[in-house]
Ligand binder design. Structure first.
Ligand SMILES: Cc1ncc(COP(=O)(O)O)c(C=O)c1O
Length: 417
């Protein structure tokens, strides 16, 4: 007799999304560069993948700090001083570098306090339900990150009314809040930067609306942390000039090259979130070595060294963006160090990614469901420690790709949008 667990797994293997991915794996066994294993990491963003050394254009370690000797040394120091893990929920005990890292993050950002979670996903599924009760509402931009959506679902399961509004549309936000009245309080959740399009939200208008509708603004700035704004403080301070009526969420896993996520806000807000975020209370923390590494990264971001580091990153992004535009490609993005080039159909996108890999460059081929059907993109993550020659090499490979496949021009892409 087939065990119920095996029956369950069999049924799940036939659900829509699993079947879709299975078919991709079956149809494109050589093309589908998903679930890859990096076999070795070399200098200058080299990685060994499938037995070949290639240049990695698929890392969110935008500032290249994963290879910084000071950050590595801090991590080692953390292991020696505190061991590999504290082994306790923050609700019981935390180690000194946890408090130090939170204080340093707050000083760097200019907020009263911060609270570290093990990931931004765990921020969004902990803080969003934690911020609302049955008398309150939570609304989110329709294109906000999946983890915000998961946070809304948890809030809804606890009786909070939730809704989505049209992407970056202040009028739609007003209509949505109005339709939910009466309520006691509201939370408006948006991304600080939409990483696929590089588009920023109209934060000034959203904050104005928030004030008019008794709402708080919740900005997930994961992709901007460390790489946008003065000293990498992100989009909120840059757009609004202060943090009034805003909770800012940042990532410690992308530009920071460490691990975790955080909420930054007033001391009162942090005190309440610490008591109302189930993902912190019922789960383990970021391990001490990474907390020491976070402290080392904050020192770098806050230092005089930052402008030069950022200038290298910005120059690399410009070189790739300008070069791809000169090739006549449909380039998306621009405000974050992610440059996407439209390809189109799923198979063509996968083939394009494979072609670049065979020419020595790993980039991510992004297809449905991460992007709409037939709108696959080559997603190139630019890092400060890419050498200009590596970017030229990638542009050369893109030019060679154009000779084998007709890629959409910016005009064609606009017409299809
Ligand atoms: C806006 C946003 N929020 C949350 C996440 C998830 O972050 P984490 O990997 O720390 O859970 C991401 C990751 O890409 C993101 O872009």
């Amino acid at each position: 007799m087939v065990a119920p667990l095996d029956q369950l797994i069999g049924s799940l293997a036939n659900t829509g999304m699993t079947r879709f991915f299975r078919r991709l794996f079956d149809d494109y066994p050589d093309l589908l560069m998903k679930d890859q294993m990096v076999e070795a990491v070399g200098p200058d963003r080299a990685i060994k993948l499938g037995g070949h050394w290639v240049t990695n254009f698929g890392s969110d370690s935008f500032l290249g700090l994963d290879q910084d000797e000071r950050v590595k040394a801090a991590l080692e120091r953390g292991v020696r001083a505190w061991g590999t893990h504290n082994g306790s929920s923050r609700a019981f005990t935390c180690v000194e570098p946890h408090v130090r890292a939170e204080r340093k993050l707050a000083e760097w950002l200019g907020t009263e306090a911060t609270l570290i979670y093990p990931s931004v996903t765990l921020v969004n599924v902990g803080a969003i339900p934690g911020l609302a009760t049955r008398r309150d509402v939570v609304v989110a931009d329709q294109f906000a990150h999946n983890s915000i959506d998961e946070g809304l679902k948890l809030a809804k399961a606890r009786g909070v009314r939730t809704a989505k509004f049209a992407h970056n549309d202040p009028n739609a936000l007003v209509d949505t809040l109005r339709s939910l009245q009466p309520y006691r309080h509201a939370v408006i959740a948006v991304d600080g930067v939409y990483s696929m399009s590089g588009v920023l939200p109209p934060l000034t208008e959203f904050r104005q609306i928030a004030r008019e509708f008794d709402a708080a603004l919740y900005v997930d700035d994961a992709h901007a942390t460390g790489v946008l704004g003065a000293h990498g403080r992100g989009t909120v301070l840059e757009a609004l000039g202060d943090y009034d009526n805003v909770l800012t969420i940042g990532s410690l896993s992308k530009g920071f090259s460490c691990m975790g996520g955080f909420v930054a806000g007033t001391q009162d807000a942090i005190n309440v979130l610490k008591l109302r975020s189930n993902s912190i209370i019922f789960g383990g923390p970021v391990p001490p070595p990474y907390l020491e590494a976070v402290c080392a990264v904050v020192d770098i971001l806050a230092s005089d060294e930052y402008p030069a580091l950022r200038a290298r990153l910005d120059a690399n992004v410009r070189q790739l963006t300008d070069g791809a535009r000169q090739l006549g490609l449909a380039v998306m993005g621009g405000s974050v160090p992610i440059v996407s080039v439209l390809v189109g159909e799923e198979e063509a996108t996968l083939k394009a990614g494979r072609f670049l890999y065979e020419h020595g460059y790993y980039v991510q081929s992004v297809v449905f469901p991460a992007v709409p059907h037939g709108a696959g993109v080559l997603r190139m993550q630019v890092n400060a420690n890419h050498a200009p020659e590596q970017i030229d090499g990638l542009l050369g490979a893109l030019a060679a790709l154009q000779e084998t496949a007709a890629l959409p021009t910016p005009d064609a892409a606009l017409a299809a949008a």
